[in-house]
Ligand binder design. Structure first.
Ligand code: CA
Length: 230
């Protein structure tokens, strides 16, 4: 696990861009995010071409990217953004719940996949988490994403499985954290649930990712459900 994900990130204003063709949604997102002192919407666009220009100019930390844009769609735009500015994090935003949409969005380099009916407080948390390198997928759609993965042999990480079986077991605590992770909870929420510091929650997540040989929490959640760990 990289130090970037595990280290304590200092508080700063996170710059956000919104690329969304539906004006009312755009205004709603802007108002919801700007209510937070640590979040600031610095650019808004109604299509991908205009959006990419603004992103280059304003250099946001996070982009809320509608997938259903006219012309160049949000997935193509995400690929372009990640090529241009790999450090920028993208949250794919959609009202669609088709599984191929989820997979396409995540493989385009998006860090998170949110349905548009997400609670505004939760969305603010996702923006903060994503800006620190964390990935997140709406639990409502993670199950659909799983359905489109090919089945693989269960290699198992359940507590109690021994090293001699060639598996790296999670501790009871990590297993508990994994269940919260699959439920789509942020590190802050996991810390609250377990009554531990956010730093400790992050450390557990980092350890889980290492043991499960995955790069991020989305992959961990997908693997956990697919292999019947939760
Ligand atoms: Ca749209």
């Amino acid at each position: 696990m990289t130090e970037k994900v595990c280290s304590v990130v200092e508080k700063k204003v996170i710059k956000v861009a919104i690329i969304e063709d539906f004006k009312l949604t755009r205004v709603g997102l802007r108002c919801a995010l700007n209510e937070n002192d640590d979040l600031k919407v610095v650019a808004e666009a109604e299509d991908a071409v205009e959006g990419l220009k603004l992103v280059e100019k304003e250099k946001p930390d996070v982009i809320l990217m509608d997938l259903g844009l006219p012309g160049m769609n949000g997935i193509e735009a995400t690929v372009k953004v990640k090529e241009m500015m790999p450090q920028v994090k993208v949250i794919a935003l959609t009202s669609h719940d088709r599984e191929e949409g989820v997979i396409a969005a995540l493989s385009s380099g998006a860090s998170a996949y949110c349905l548009k009916d997400i609670d505004p407080t939760k969305l603010a948390d996702v923006v903060r988490d994503v800006s620190t390198g964390v990935c997140w997928i709406d639990p409502m759609v993670s199950q659909m994403a799983l359905n489109s993965f090919p089945k693989v042999e269960n290699i198992g990480f359940l507590p109690g499985k021994s090293q001699s079986e060639g598996r790296v077991p999670l501790t009871e605590r990590e297993y508990e954290v994994l269940k919260h992770l699959v439920a789509g909870k942020s590190n802050t929420e996991i810390a609250k649930e377990l009554i531990v510091s956010v730093h400790t929650a992050k450390a557990h997540v980092c350890s889980i990712l290492q043991k499960m040989c995955v790069n991020d929490r989305v992959q961990a959640a997908v693997k956990a459900v697919k292999e019947g760990m939760v």
